[in-house]
Design a protein around this ligand. Structure first.
Ligand SMILES: Nc1ncnc2c1ncn2[C@@H]1O[C@H](COP(=O)(O)OP(=O)(O)OP(=O)(O)O)[C@@H](O)[C@H]1O
Ligand SMILES: [Mg+2]
Length: 205
């Protein structure tokens, strides 16, 4: 996934995220991204409805489904280092290595099955989600990709997906960021498990 792409390199070096649609208005870009996200959920639910294990290529494909109509670099690992509010995400030069570890985690933990206990579902989801966020393999769209992956895994275990937009609510976002911080700093998944327990509906009988 290290395809050379001079436009993506240029964009990353500039720190900007210039788009394929030539949109310069941030509000309009956000509307396009929201519509693309909903379309991606539809397409992913069809393409990934089976009980197959997930791979790191699937992660890139999900990212491409979410942002491929908008950004040329969708589905490609970033080549710039990124940080946010005290957290330094995985150095770009280690992403391939970390994603091969993540692939092994997916091999071990997926597919999810309807027979898994709720506790097992939540704990696997927290590890998968937390690790993918801490690697932060893409320039943007890592949260959306990790959440879509979680929803597809929930569906494999016959749980409903987490309500779209739940993570944007102020209180949830505060706890979510704190939980991600604990994964990054202490490899502690418990706060993320507790948050997911609040957000994942009880399995329909
Ligand atoms: N201050 C923070 N503390 C902890 N984690 C953070 C913080 N800011 C962002 N994150 C993590 O990074 C993700 C955002 O990364 P990125 O911008 O690549 O994804 P996105 O899909 O574009 O954004 P979003 O998740 O907001 O829709 C968040 O979903 C969260 O998991
Ligand atoms: Mg973002």
């Amino acid at each position: 996934m290290t395809k050379t792409n001079s436009k993506a390199n240029h964009s990353e070096a500039q720190g900007d995220v210039c788009n394929l649609l030539g949109i310069t208005d941030p509000a309009m870009l956000e509307r396009h991204e929201k519509a693309a996200l909903i379309a991606a959920y539809d397409r992913a639910a069809t393409s990934y409805s089976g009980n197959e294990p997930f791979t790191s290529s699937d992660v890139c494909n999900l990212h491409r489904l979410i942002l491929g109509s908008i950004f040329e670099w969708a589905g490609e690992y970033r080549r710039a280092d990124l940080a946010c509010k005290g957290i330094k995400w995985c150095r770009a030069k280690f992403i391939l290595y970390e994603m091969s570890n993540f692939r092994r985690m997916l091999e071990r933990m997926t597919p999810f099955s309807p027979s898994l206990s709720r506790q097992e579902v939540l704990s696997r989801l927290a590890e998968i989600h937390g690790e993918l966020i801490v690697i932060h393999p893409f320039l943007d769209g890592n949260g959306r990709t990790a959440r879509l992956l979680c929803d597809l895994l929930l569906m494999q275990a016959e749980y409903p997906p987490i309500r779209l937009g739940a993570f944007d609510e102020q209180e949830v976002q505060r706890d979510y960021f704190a939980a991600i911080h604990d994964v990054w700093e202490k490899i502690d998944y418990q706060p993320l498990i507790a948050l997911l327990d609040r957000l994942v509906a009880v399995k329909p009988v």
